[in-house]
Design a protein around this ligand. Structure first.
Ligand SMILES: C[S@@+](CC[C@H](N)C(=O)[O-])C[C@H]1O[C@@H](n2cnc3c(N)ncnc32)[C@H](O)[C@@H]1O
Length: 284
């Protein structure tokens, strides 16, 4: 007979109990998160439309968010290239790391992120966003999803050279009371070129569209559900000027980006960025 280790005996006797306790903790913390988020929504009547949509989605349409995920994962992984290669291919320039281009701004932003009491999503493909703005000589950029404001900072560092404006939409992390920290790492001196709309995209984007005619660069990084992406793409794409750049993060969460490109005859570039895929194209 095989010698039985202490761990094996312990798990045999206590395994079920441990499993039950860990399930119980997960359920309790999930319930606490949902209640916190719900209470935060109740305090913000301007976000009631989004709350209604979320409730309906969670009851009737839970799986639609991930529609086509497998298909797109195969599609994206077969064509993905590194950020550096994409920048050269699309914009004809060698990528310079942000740490070389803006060492001081990056260092200060990293320190601010560390000191922020709220934890949010990390930085995306900053060089890609910055070079897209440089390539288009952007004066008008629209982004969805701000969080700490890494992508906002990247766009603003280019826009400030031309007196351009960044229009951002972000519905903050309600469960964490993170309202005041949206855009926390964006340097004060850049904020004069920034218009931040603090509602869900479905409310923010029509307002943003009311303020601008043509968009030079789109950066989509907010709602990652299939229908949310499709809806926002259909609002943003017609306003993107010819020669403008469209960037969407996390295109591997579902097939919205792939389906949108196929429907509109767009041949996109897929960027492999830190284990996720970013979709990008220049509008013909
Ligand atoms: C990944 S983070 C954005 C990261 C940011 N682009 C950066 O580079 O630092 C996604 C953000 O989108 C916001 N968001 C999610 N769903 C949204 C919606 N329907 N409308 C507006 N913002 C939304 C989240 O609150 C979060 O702040």
């Amino acid at each position: 007979m095989e010698p039985v280790s202490f761990l094996q005996i312990y798990f045999k006797n206590n395994g079920l109990k441990l499993l039950f306790l860990s399930y119980k903790n997960t359920i309790v913390s999930e319930l606490a998160r949902v209640s916190r988020t719900f209470i935060a929504y109740l305090k913000r009547p301007d976000l009631y439309p989004e709350l209604g949509r979320k409730i309906i989605k969670n009851i009737f349409n839970r799986n639609v968010a991930f529609k086509g995920k497998e298909k797109t994962l195969a599609w994206a992984s077969s064509r993905a290239i590194p950020q550096q290669e994409a920048i050269l291919k699309l914009f004809g320039v060698e990528m310079k790391p942000f740490s070389k281009l803006f060492p001081q701004e990056l260092k200060t932003a990293q320190q601010k992120e560390k000191s922020c009491p709220i934890k949010m999503g990390g930085a995306g493909a900053l060089e890609l966003i910055y070079e897209a703005c440089e390539f288009t000589e952007a004066k008008s950029v629209v982004e969805t999803g701000v969080a700490y404001g890494w992508s906002s900072m990247a766009a603003l560092l280019s826009l400030e050279k031309r007196g351009g404006t960044l229009y951002s939409s972000d519905m903050p992390y309600l469960g964490q009371n993170g309202d005041e920290y949206v855009g926390y790492v964006v340097p004060e001196k850049l904020k004069k070129s920034w218009k931040l709309f603090r509602h869900a995209d479905r409310e923010s984007l029509p307002r943003i569209m009311g303020e601008i005619q043509e968009i030079d660069v789109v950066h989509y990084d907010s709602d990652k559900a299939y229908d949310g992406m499709m809806w926002a793409y259909s609002q943003l794409y017609p306003r993107l000027r010819k020669g403008g750049v469209f960037i969407s993060d996390d295109i591997n969460d579902n097939s919205a980006f792939q389906d949108f490109c196929e429907k509109n005859g767009i041949e996109p570039t897929v960027v492999d960025f830190e284990g996720k895929y970013v979709g990008v194209f220049v509008k013909n």
